[in-house]
Ligand binder design. Sequence first.
Ligand SMILES: Cc1ncc(COP(=O)(O)O)c(C=O)c1O
Ligand SMILES: N[C@@H](CCCC[NH3+])C(=O)O
Length: 445
Amino acid sequence: MTLSELLPSLGCEAADRLEPGLWPRRTHLGAGGELLFAGAPVSHLAARFGTPTYLIDEAQVREAARAYGRALPEAEVAFAGKALCTRGVLRWIAEEGLSLDTCSAGEIAVARAAGFPAERILLHGNAKTPEDLKAALEYGVGRIVLDSLDEVEQLGSLAHGVQDVLVRVTPGVRGDTHEAVTTGTEGQKFGFSLRSDVRDNVDRAVTAVLAQPSLRLTGLHCHIGSQVSRVDRYEEAARRMIEVLVRVRENHGVALRELDLGGGHAVPYVARDDSFDLTGYARRLRVALAYECSSQDFPMPRLVIEPGRAIVGAAGITVYRVCAVKRGSRTFVAVDGGMSDNPRPSLYGARYTARLIGRHTKAARTPMTVVGRHCEAGDVLAADVYLPDDVHVGDLIAVPCTGAYHHSLASNYNLVSRPPLVSVHDGHATLLVPRETEEDLLRRC
Ligand SMILES: Cc1ncc(COP(=O)(O)O)c(C=O)c1O
Ligand SMILES: N[C@@H](CCCC[NH3+])C(=O)O
């Protein structure tokens, strides 16, 4: 193994190249340390839009959407809007022919404003409010995924025509991911249980839905978690869900035609992270479903999947400016953003890499911790990343893999404005979401 191959696995980066697989495909190092993002120099983008700024490569989002279509042409692919929900992004998703998974009246409003076709929208949520349900019914979303017996009753009385619905199942499969985003096991809040000794179980849910004249049960849903790289866990979920479909046929006499296996496909944030094998997933899922269906004599259901992070995560980077460098027992590089634009390290202990951009330096690289500006010691963006010793105030720092769950998870903590989202395509930048202004903040305070 050469030194440059070894460095990323040690958490070090070679100064003259980007860590493979972590940066958007059209991101390159240019002359003088400039970072070129989808054909545009990042220092120019930072000067034009300020910092911090989220950048997103439109072509990469579209390519990721198409990759799913190629891998699973027989499936309906619904982008999980919670990963990145803006009108501009949803228009790309609609144009690429994907469906959309939403989870609130707010996300439905954005989809509606983007002209996203209602029949391609699903609504999720363990605690949908009457407003969420009404927004879905009013726009005419294709399917609502039911998650409690209370909701079956509420939707049953709110729906006027006939609303297609799925029942969300807790399949008892562990995604092998952070506990906070483990959603397929007993003892967490999502889905109907497979256990008959609890109230909200799958059999009761199916009975309740079938008794509602305004609801039409089209299938079952499960989602085992997020940032899941193990394909075998999806195979296991697929097998169990076919067993549940068979059980529903036995107990209720209906052969449901739709199986939604959720999303959760992982993307690498740092060099040691596993990536998700989309081709292997498609192949193994197909085999598992075909085998289970033929051995149980069940008609192959129409497959739906809901990737979010895997469509947008790797297409984005965030650019910050250094506000202070503190050299003590550990060197802290403090930037002008932090947990308000990226709470993932504090929520899930997520790890990121970071690099100095916009100038060339021959200074030695040593481990430093990139921290934010917020009033919490846990406000760390990237721990132990190798940055040049001469990093100083005014330098630009770029963090890759920030396309998913950054803009959508951002807050105004410490009344810091949320950053703009800028899409870049063939060197041309478009402001998708402006930076929040003082007026925006004052409206809430
Ligand atoms: C029901 C459902 N579908 C899809 C997703 C998308 O997850 P990811 O962005 O990890 O693909 C989520 C979030 O975990 C979800 O809750
Ligand atoms: N917000 C989480 C993912 C949540 C998935 C939605 N159910 C993350 O950033 O990793």
